[in-house]
Design a protein around this ligand. Structure first.
Ligand SMILES: [Fe+2]
Length: 459
């Protein structure tokens, strides 16, 4: 009997502690709470008289406690939702669906345009984010009301979470405000324009000059992009050292990818060999012992020789059109060539093993890289323009590439190799006069000129 009384006491205490009356009191519904408490206690007494079994009593108490906990939680959630609604009315931008990740959209829209496709845009280098800028000026006698509504709008925008990557609100003085809202994609930007901007305008319509924004613009977020000048400044400051192992390969590649080429910047370096249209041309944009930057011009269906890069790094960036980089495994060299190279490091000629393709990758197509990198530890390579359109590429060699091996396949599958110097069609925008009939048919090497130069310099 004492145990039953004790259980009844515990039961009543639990009812008081777990009952949603505390939540209900907070929202001024104490009458309903007390009524609920009394009616439930009455039902419980009837049930207990009918079923005397102790197990049933205990089970009933446990179930009741669980029920009360659930009711308490639901009540708390209702109170929270009510508070949320009071803070953000039904037209609140904060009620929009959850923010979507923009990565898929970015992957789709950040590719660069090539010949035959729509013109490339500066925004295509960036994230694809869209910015809305709106500024409002209060009517002279409506400053207080204007400030109040701006404060409400600011709260809603700062809490907005659909498609928003950034919200800035510039409030230079009372009666003036500028909203800068950045959306993660064009699609989300369209939703913002269709659903949110009209509500903002309606909110401020009767308290601002002209009944609308004094300034309203939207467009792409300006990405961090290089001009040719800033790219060269970066390269000059970054590319030092005497070997490719000293370079930040990925870092330089990333900066090259941020260059937005404008024809007016590199027009002076575009030269074609009109006498030999099968040759591509090499044009010096910048040269020092640490680095050289070349603009190469590729007529349709031209290609370079297969070559190595000595101890230099070689970065390639698409400027106009599409090229293919074909990489080869470095072959084994004939003993005679190795001996010849030891005697004459700059003019050796010899034989090597079969040439095997390692990889082929387009550069500059939509959804393909716009840059490439190689050095002798990667292998050999050549650049090909396989298209019917001219192509331009920017090449960065560090340190400056003075000599390299070029390779040619023989009919029997073996190949021969030559070490020779490089020659240029133009330097600083002016034709060198060295580019002519002696230039290798591949358009790269002037072995004859190199031999003359070697003799003159005794190297
Ligand atoms: Fe190369």
């Amino acid at each position: 009997m004492i145990l039953v009384q004790l259980l009844n006491l515990v039961h009543n205490v639990l009812i008081i502690l777990t009952h949603p009356i505390w939540d209900l009191i907070l929202i001024s519904k104490w009458k309903e709470s007390i009524s609920f408490l009394l009616s439930f206690s009455l039902i419980l007494k009837v049930v207990f008289r009918r079923y005397k079994a102790m197990q049933l009593r205990i089970l009933t108490i446990v179930l009741y406690c669980l029920l009360q906990m659930r009711v308490s939680f639901a009540s708390a959630m209702r109170a929270s939702a009510a508070a949320w609604r009071r803070q953000y009315p039904s037209n609140s931008v904060a009620e929009l669906p959850p923010r979507k990740l923009a990565s898929a959209w970015h992957r789709q829209h950040t590719s660069r345009t090539v010949a035959g496709l729509p013109p490339r845009k500066l925004c295509s280098l960036g994230t694809g984010e869209q910015v809305h800028v709106l500024s409002y000026n209060s009517l002279p006698g409506k400053v207080d009301e204007f400030e109040l509504r701006v404060q409400t709008l600011a709260s809603q925008l700062l809490e907005a979470h659909r498609g928003v990557s950034d919200v800035r609100i510039c409030h230079p003085r009372c009666g003036e405000v500028a909203f800068v809202v950045t959306m993660v994609s064009k699609a989300e930007s369209d939703v913002f324009e269709a659903q949110v901007l009209p509500k903002m305008s309606a909110t401020l319509e009767d308290v601002v000059e002209g009944g609308s924004a004094s300034f309203s613009r939207s467009g792409s977020l300006m990405p961090r992009a290089h001009s040719l000048t800033s790219l060269l400044d970066y390269l000059k400051g970054s590319l030092v050292g005497k070997h490719y192992s000293e370079h930040d390969i990925a870092g330089v590649r990333g900066e090259l990818g941020r260059w937005f080429p404008r024809r007016s910047e590199y027009e002076q370096y575009v030269h074609w060999d009109l006498e030999s249209p099968e040759k591509y041309t090499r044009n010096v944009v910048y040269s020092s012992s640490d680095m050289e930057v070349l603009l190469m011009c590729w007529p349709p269906h031209t290609r370079s020789s297969l070559h190595c890069h000595d101890g230099s790094s070689c970065w390639v960036a698409a400027v106009e059109g599409v090229v293919h980089e074909v990489q080869y495994i470095e072959p084994a060299y004939d003993k005679g060539f190795i001996a010849s190279q030891l005697r004459d490091p700059t003019g050796a000629v010899g034989a090597c093993g079969a040439l095997r393709v390692l990889n082929v990758q387009p550069i500059g197509m939509p959804a393909t890289p716009t840059t490439a990198y190689t050095n002798n530890s990667v292998g050999l390579h050549r650049i090909e323009n396989r298209t019917d359109q001219p192509a331009l590429t920017l090449h960065v060699y560090a340190p400056r590439l003075r000599k390299m091996k070029i390779f040619k396949e023989n009919a029997d599958g073996t190949a021969h190799v030559t070490v020779a110097a490089l020659t240029y069609m133009s330097e600083a925008g002016e034709k060198t006069g060295l580019w002519g009939k002696h230039t290798d048919p591949d358009g790269v090497l002037d072995v004859h000129a190199w031999n003359i130069m070697s003799e003159a310099r005794n190297v």
